[in-house]
Write a protein that binds this ligand. Structure first.
Ligand code: NAD
Ligand code: DAU
Length: 336
């Protein structure tokens, strides 16, 4: 299978690329990524020597660039991760979110339609259901109620992707995952930010009362679920992918402090995020029943691995914070 992956230099996309290239049936993999602040090719250093791997620096909203890539690579399948993925940034500056998440998805769908690409997986989020009151959990039929420009752009792109099944009979599935964590996550999201700050002895900014609930999914479990949907998912179907581990933020923060040997005096309660969703909760029965997937990594184990990775890689944190990883791009990729 020739796989085109978008956003493969980001957190989840790079984990997916590393995982996909351990399998024998991926004959070629093209990673299309614009290398925004969130894209870092150091995340893919281990796959650089693999002759099946190819990188194209391109903006997914650039129709001409995307067309050229589809012509030269002719993928059998697309797995679409590329997005502006951070809620706080989307609140401060929605324009790039709309451009990438909506226009970029549209550009890719159009290219896949023209080239009759056999399979398209659109990677989305449980945030599209909005905040969910106890005791309910959202299944795939739950109404969409996006709260931020980020979640609204994802909900819009989900609907657009599904419309290509109804109208153009394309083989598209949508996945909606809960909060991911693991190595290589940009230190702006809750878990990596709190680990990085704790390791450096800085304060840990908790929004509001810290009682917001998120369901934590280890990134490799998410990637395994996407692979399962790519292979066994049905056209026009949405698949929720949850970690089955709901925790209030403050509990996560306290566990990070314990794991890094720091005291709770580092916790600082700060002004809440505007429109902050209180609770995310989804059911994953459909993906489990149709593909056999299940999350494997327990939160305690996954968090310990994640803390250990950040502790062992302070240069990665410094590099992504400063943008210095771009030197790696110039050195390794400018002639490829
Ligand atoms: P990320 O921010 O770490 O990475 C995004 C990647 O997309 C980066 O490599 C960036 O350079 C690239 N990109 C951004 N704009 C682009 C553009 N216009 N053209 C080409 N490339 C571009 O994101 P992530 O956390 O790895 O999320 C990946 C996907 O998974 C997103 O679609 C996100 O909505 C979804 N998702 C994320 C989570 C989570 O907890 N992080 C949970 C559920 C779903
Ligand atoms: O649910 C899936 C979504 O999870 C993905 O679609 C998004 O791409 C991903 O960013 C994530 O969104 P959240 O807004 O839930 O993640 P974030 O890490 O930004 O925040 C998690 C929770 O922690 C949320 O309730 C806000 C809170 N928080 C976050 C930060 C960065 C804090 O209290 N302090 C912080 O500094």
């Amino acid at each position: 299978m020739k796989l085109l992956v978008t956003g493969g230099a980001g957190f989840i996309g790079s984990a997916f690329v590393r995982q996909a290239l351990t399998g024998g049936d991926v004959t070629a993999l093209c990673n299309v990524d614009a290398l925004t602040y969130a894209g870092n090719l150091e995340n893919l250093a281990s796959v650089l020597p693999d002759p099946r791997y190819r990188f194209e620096r391109a903006d997914i909203a650039d129709a001409a660039a995307i067309e050229n890539i589809f012509v030269s690579f002719a993928p059998d399948a697309v797995v679409h991760f590329a997005a502006e993925s951070h809620v706080d940034r989307s609140i401060l500056s929605p324009e790039p979110v709309i451009r990438t998440n909506l226009n970029g998805t549209f550009t890719l769908l159009e290219a896949a339609r023209r080239h009759k690409t056999e399979r398209f997986v659109h990677v989305s989020t449980d945030e599209v259901y909005g905040s969910i009151d106890e005791p309910h959990d959202a299944d795939e039929g739950y109404p969409l109620k996006a709260s931020s420009p980020y979640s609204a752009s994802k909900a819009g792109s989900d609907l657009l992707a599904l419309s290509y099944v109804t109208t153009y009979k394309m083989n598209v599935s949508v996945t909606r995952a809960s909060n991911n964590y693991g190595p290589y996550q940009f230190p702006e999201k809750l878990i990596p930010l709190m680990i990085a700050n704790a390791l450096e002895g800085k304060s840990l900014p908790v929004y509001g009362d810290g009682m917001q609930i998120r369901d934590w999914l280890y990134v490799d479990d998410h990637c395994a679920a996407i692979d399962a949907v790519l292979r066994h998912g049905r056209a026009g179907e949405v698949y929720n992918i949850g970690g089955s581990r709901a925790l209030p933020n403050i509990e996560v923060v306290k566990r990070i402090l314990a794991a890094t040997g720091r005291g709770e005096d580092l916790i600082t309660y700060v002004k809440d995020r505007p429109g902050h969703d209180r609770r995310y909760a989804i059911t994953s029965e459909k993906v489990e029943a149709e593909t056999g997937w299940k999350p494997r990594v327990e939160f305690e184990n996954g968090l310990a691995r994640t803390v250990a990775w950040y502790r062992d890689n302070p240069q990665w944190i410094a590099s992504v914070r400063s943008g210095a990883y771009r030197d790696f791009y110039e050195k390794n990729y400018s002639n490829r």
